[in-house]
Design a protein around this ligand. Structure first.
Ligand code: FDA
Length: 304
């Protein structure tokens, strides 16, 4: 049943009509549990609250699958605003973004132009930028753009998805840049031709790439809510004398808040991924797919 629900929510996640409606009618159906708000000021208040508790943040201006150049440019401007807000308020926050919100499906030149604008602002305000990884169809294009930008900018990282068969080769290929990478299980609907269909295989591959990237001596962000993976990382780091300033844990805003506090109190760097903006629909559907039990929040949200 859980597998069916997962497929159902992933199917809904890229529905263009619902995405449009969601933008128009604002945060609904309990999505506020996973999204800081629609405005940059909501994001600022949320980051301040998390920083006060000792948690670092990566801020995500929600947006994906943009098909108009003007919209992609205005989304890049909003990312620059977000970086300025972080810098001017001296917040402990990075920025995360999706290349399809900056024109990946329109043209490579447009994405590069937008990314350069954002990375210049990042350099000025000392804000690190992570390119989220989207579906498999965009993986190679995303990696090519990351490699191009990485030649000129230090403050940029990207994401590796453990459910992909090829991920370990990609981690090895990127090692030449000593990159700061976020490692995740993977959140999209992929075919068994490119991704492990069974969760247990993804989990094993996740451990493999965590060990690989740490042993390559690169900064590693382990982004998961899974205790088994967290414990594996702690133990691996201890056994291989990897200092705590070479890795961090990351979790999504609104998920396992107590565990976030615990890890931070244990002395690990803990970063919370905080999304804001009106393009919340696809993000919210992927969170429901990960844990269909969260549908309870949707039902409550409908009657609010
Ligand atoms: P798993 O799904 O096995 O969950 C382990 C446990 O965590 C569950 O049993 C449950 O208790 C809890 N949990 C997990 N998800 C929950 C939810 N939605 N609600 C409540 N509890 C939940 N993916 C991607 O493809 N590209 C990307 O760029 C990113 N970026 C990213 C950043 C950060 C900071 C995180 C934490 C995750 C991502 N992801 C991502 C998503 C990632 O690929 C994955 O889908 C989710 O993290 C869920 O997988 P877990 O590793 O948490 O394990």
């Amino acid at each position: 049943m859980e597998k069916v629900m997962r497929k159902f929510f992933l199917f809904l996640s890229d529905n263009k009509f619902f995405t449009k409606m969601a933008r128009k009618y604002g945060l609904k159906f309990g999505a506020g549990r996973f999204v800081a708000g629609e405005e940059i000021n909501d994001a600022k208040t949320t980051i301040q609250g998390l920083n006060e508790k000792g948690l670092s943040v990566t801020l995500d201006f929600l947006g994906e699958f943009v098909s108009e150049s003007d919209e992609a440019r205005s989304r890049a401007d909003e990312c620059v605003n977000a970086i300025q807000m972080i810098g001017e308020n001296q917040l402990d926050s990075q920025l995360s973004l999706k290349l399809t919100s900056l024109g990946l499906d329109i043209s490579e030149d447009l994405v590069l132009e937008n990314m350069e604008k954002i990375l210049e602002a990042g350099k000025k305000h000392d804000v690190f930028v992570t390119i989220d990884m989207e579906d498999y169809a965009r993986l190679q294009k995303t990696l090519d753009i990351f490699e191009k930008l990485k030649q000129n900018y230090d403050g940029i990282g990207t994401v590796m998805q453990a459910y992909l068969y090829r991920v370990s080769d990609d981690v090895e290929k990127l090692d030449q840049y000593s990159p700061n990478l976020r490692l995740v299980k993977g959140a999209y609907k992929e075919s068994s031709e490119v991704a492990f269909p069974e969760k247990k295989d993804t989990d094993e591959n996740f451990k493999k790439i965590i060990a690989q990237h740490l042993q390559n001596g690169n900064y590693t962000a382990v982004a998961t809510h899974d205790d088994a993976i967290i414990e594996f990382t702690k133990k691996f780091a201890e056994e291989h004398d990897i200092p705590r300033d070479k890795f961090e844990f990351q979790m999504l805003y609104g998920i396992r808040n107590e565990r976030q506090d615990e890890l931070s109190k244990e002395g690990y760097k803990m970063r919370v991924y905080v999304p804001y903006g009106n393009d919340w629909y696809g993000y919210f559907m992927r969170r429901l797919a990960e844990r269909p039990a969260n549908v309870g929040f949707v039902v409550k949200g409908i009657f609010k």
